[in-house]
Design a protein around this ligand. Sequence first.
Ligand code: B4P
Length: 190
Amino acid sequence: MRLVLLGAPGSGKGTQAERLKTELSVPHISTGDMLRAAVAAGTPQGLKAKAVMDAGKLVSDDILLGMLEERLTQPDVKNGFILDGYPRNLAQADALEHLLVKIGQPLDAVIKLKVPSEVILGRCEIRFKAQGRADDNPETVRDRLVIYAEQTAPVAEFYAKRGKLQIVDGVGELEEVTARVKRALENESA
Ligand code: B4P
């Protein structure tokens, strides 16, 4: 299974990917986690990315593509992957198509988790209080939602035009959302 999870910040992409990876026996690849690891390790990419991430903006496409290409060519990806956080704009969607053709791993499914902004603001505020992630600050989340609407929402249209997009209601208990995603994947393979 080669799956892309789309959705606004706080829509549950990372949360659901962690729940699905064991069942699907594929790695969860989160560009957000990769960037946070680069920041923590103080790599040159991490040093460039930190201020951008803290402000809730998108890190440069070049940095992301380099990191993703390296990750998607690791041996554990041979049976597929769940990609979370990428693509976040149309240039990244194009770059991903080319990269997947190059490595012979075309996408099987794209699922967008749909969650209203007021629910997202509530979730991120809870995570901000619990984990103190700078980009979960309510003001920054509002900015991230604007960037999402302007730059990431067109990516869903990109996949809809290719007949790959399924939209899943992301509101509810974690188990309910996981069950909905699994049903959507079953439809995909039916
Ligand atoms: P991400 O790490 O992708 O951050 P995120 O959008 O907030 O999603 P995440 O997966 O962590 O959270 P989730 O919705 O699961 O990106 C962080 C930053 O990295 C970006 O702003 C950007 O700067 C940079 N970046 C990453 N990828 C990039 C790219 N491709 N290009 C450029 N820059 C990039 O969960 C959120 C919260 O909701 C959690 O606390 C969770 O517990 C809760 N939650 C989830 N599901 C729930 C449910 N059903 N009910 C209640 N709570 C729920």
